[in-house]
Design a protein around this ligand. Sequence first.
Ligand code: SF4
Length: 443
Amino acid sequence: MTDTSPARTPHVLAAGDPGPVPAGAVLVADRLVRTDGADPAEIPCPAADLVAGELRRAGAAVVRGPLPVAAPGAPAPPGAVPAPAGAAAAVLTGTAPPAGIGLVPGPPAGGAESADPAGAARAAFAAWRAAAVPVRTVLLAAPRSFCAGVERAVEVVERALAQRGSPVYVRKQIVHNTHVVADLESRGAVFVEELDAVPEGATVVFSAHGVSPAVRSEAAARGLAVVDATCPLVTKVHTEARRYADRGDTVVLIGHAGHEEVEGTLGEAPERTVLVESAADVAALEVPDPERVSYLTQTTLAVDETAEVVDALRARFPALRGPASADICYATTNRQDALRSIAEDADLVLVVGSHNSSNSQRLVELARRGGTPAHLVDDTGDIRAAWLAGAATVGLTAGASAPPGLVEAVITALGGLGRVAVRERETTRETVRFTLPSAVRQP
Ligand code: SF4
């Protein structure tokens, strides 16, 4: 395996037996285990997630695990070590601590996997070598990650599982994050799209995004034991929707069509509520009485874009009424302010969050509108080497539904590409906490 990229001299490691790995697969070492009795016995490979992600996108079959090595750190010419005949090829890394790649010779395993695992491994190795720097600054936004509503919703499911046992059904994703959902699933939560998938009499949790009255009625009719994890700030918007509709107004809901929170809010007064997504939608709006129009917003919108829509509404309906305080929640607002403070000094912004997370998507858009390249990543494995090449300063944040540990994992992985200097910029400190619903409040 040859790496022709210039610059650093790679550490070269003699190969050992990596254990059972399918032929044609690429072993990405998450640690190097020394077989020569030297100290330290293990060398971590923090960039392993990055390398593995690159290989998976290239269609290679990836196996993660330890890679035994006999003589780490020996000097060698640029490039990687050729595979010892009949053995796993160990190859590594222009960085310290190293990212390790082992290549297990043999025909590709077939299916959708790469027809050229060696080529894929070489390309991934070269790409990450090019992204390595002596030192990289990470500007860490604060606040970031979990908000009070998400913490509460996750705790609701955990408590329901502890108190009632598995399975506990959850309608829709409890919060929009694949890792949170997978973790709760592994502990006995069963996620369903609609209530008809929940057996009669079972416990069902409503997600943080809220539900329409029709869903509540259906749950009652089916005798389900409901635990409501709707964020109190979403409940506030539902209350406003009912109040505005009851006084005879047309309720203009600013939000994204199809989002679960929007579906739930629309359901409070469907005959009196209209959805607009942009200022352009406002121009086409027809209402029975222009003197009786109120607006509401989804809680996770971009603050600046929403202000434009409200301005457009006010221009068309001067008697427009709205909530006393903004419906865009404190957590969304704080994360956007924090993002702004790092994006202007960053070469690249990474936002940790899932693709269906509205507030995470808004953070990416906000950075891009300010002229900084930005990408949404579900976890470290989504990061592309090409994004990091030339990025000496990386802005890092996470949407309100992304666990803090994923941010830590990104920082650790970047440490496999050179030293990382972390600078946190805190624009405000959050102290908001919500009480748990009574159904799960008792310990
Ligand atoms: S983002 Fe805001 S509305 Fe959504 S769960 Fe968090 S605090 Fe509640």
